[in-house]
Design a protein. Structure first.
Length: 75
């Protein structure tokens, strides 16, 4: 553990010992905690928000396609 430097005030030895105990306990808890399981990326097929956003983007284009007149066939 790196040395601790008191920047402000004059802590008593008991106060300093309490702070060091808390910091050490917190560091031990973080080090001992298992890494949370990683979730697989959400598929676009199951992501409802992405499906709604995609629908909002493509729906006006589809409506415009159906309301325009077809082009003359090229010969």
């Amino acid at each position: 553990m790196p040395p601790i430097k008191v920047l402000y005030g004059q802590p008593t030895p008991e106060e300093l010992a309490a702070v060091i105990a808390v910091v050490q306990a917190r560091a031990a808890t973080v080090a001992a905690a298992p890494e949370p399981p990683r979730r697989p990326p959400v598929s676009a097929w199951t992501d409802r928000a992405a499906a709604i956003a995609l629908r909002r983007q493509t729906l006006p284009r589809l409506i415009n396609l159906t309301t325009t007149t077809p082009a003359e066939p090229t010969r």
